[in-house]
Design a protein around this ligand. Structure first.
Ligand code: NDP
Length: 298
């Protein structure tokens, strides 16, 4: 039987609607809209697309969007000065500096300058630490979105074997932490892992965040595994195509016959990221206004 397709697009739309309704309630009690500031340095085409979609999604969710587009030669000092200004601006609840930054800017220094209470991307070392020790903070949007899809489908993850492939600070590590917090037995695999197929075969839950097209094959999977494919890879165009196809890190056709459920690419994890960013911004707004976020803001 073919695996169920986990419809991240539909889930994300519902989450955005819910956040939008709660953002309207926030405005009614706080007397101002929740606000997200997005900083883009330079003209990287992919970053421009992301920033534009974040702007539109923020406005659609009944929040204020502050866009700061700076030239590629902006100095690190000027960028840090802008971040400092946003840190103290009461209309701004969340700050997102679009990565990658130009080579002359130290990304870590910029992330470190963002107030942890406005760090809605969850990249600040304080928020990584909070996640590690189980305190509430901000969790990076992509892994949190994956976690929402998993718990929506599987409910209680206690005791399940989970394998996360990839150990980046923005996906793999926080994903593993979230799964551990949910009482899964977690293995983190990476480029030095021996016998990756053997490791993956143990897993009830596979999260692939590698960035290598279709590296995970169907016959690596345990029958009835749940597969979350974070990878976004563009194949080289074949004849007749202007652009190559987008594929994930999992060989979808091969996996479909073995897994119980799998996220497609596109339309799986991708749409969750912006929806969770809006959710994090709303939570930041409540906290910054000295109020508890609504219980069901997940
Ligand atoms: P990174 O390049 O930072 O990390 C990739 C990880 O994969 C590393 O830990 C690396 O291991 C591991 N890896 C590389 N090759 C292999 C291999 N052959 N076998 C096993 N592990 C391997 O990527 P990100 O975490 O930033 O992103 C991963 C993917 O997710 C990308 O395709 C990216 O586009 C996508 N992505 C999608 C998002 C979304 O849907 N919104 C958001 C963020 C990312 P090592 O540490 O040993 O080098």
């Amino acid at each position: 039987m073919a695996a169920e397709r986990i419809d991240g697009k539909a889930f994300a739309e519902k989450l955005r609607e819910r956040v939008g309704a709660q953002a309207a309630e926030f405005e009614a009690v706080a007397g101002r809209k929740a606000g997200l500031a997005v900083v883009l340095v330079g003209e990287d085409p992919a970053s421009q697309v992301y920033v534009r979609s974040k702007h539109k999604a923020t406005l659609a969710a009944h929040m204020e969007s502050f866009e700061h587009r700076l030239p590629a030669d902006t100095s690190q000092a000027d960028l840090l000065a802008l971040v400092e200004k946003l840190n103290t601006d009461n209309a701004v609840d969340g700050i997102l500096v679009q990565l990658p930054l130009p080579d002359h800017v130290d990304e870590q220094a910029v992330i470190a300058a963002i107030s942890p209470d406005k760090d809605v991307d969850g990249f600040h070392v304080t928020n990584a630490g909070r996640l590690a020790v189980g305190q509430s903070g901000f969790v990076p949007c992509t892994p949190l979105g994956c976690m929402m899809l998993l718990t929506d489908r599987l409910g209680d993850l206690s005791g399940m074997e989970a394998v996360v492939i990839g150990r980046s600070n923005i996906v793999g590590k926080p994903m593993a932490q979230l799964l551990l917090d949910a009482n899964a037995t977690v293995t983190i695999a990476h480029s030095r892992t021996r016998d990756l197929p053997g490791v993956v075969r143990r897993a009830d839950i596979v999260v692939a965040a590698v960035g290598r097209a279709e590296i995970v094959k169907g016959d690596w999977l345990k029958p009835n595994a749940t597969v979350i494919d974070v990878g976004i890879n563009r194949l080289a165009p074949v004849e007749g195509e202007a652009k190559g196809r987008l594929v994930g890190d999992v060989d979808f056709a091969g996996a479909e016959g073995v897994a119980a459920a799998i996220t497609p690419v596109p339309g799986g994890v991708g749409p969750m990221t912006i929806a969770v960013l809006l959710r994090n911004t709303l939570v930041a707004a409540y906290r910054n206004a000295g109020m508890d976020p609504p219980e069901n803001s997940l």
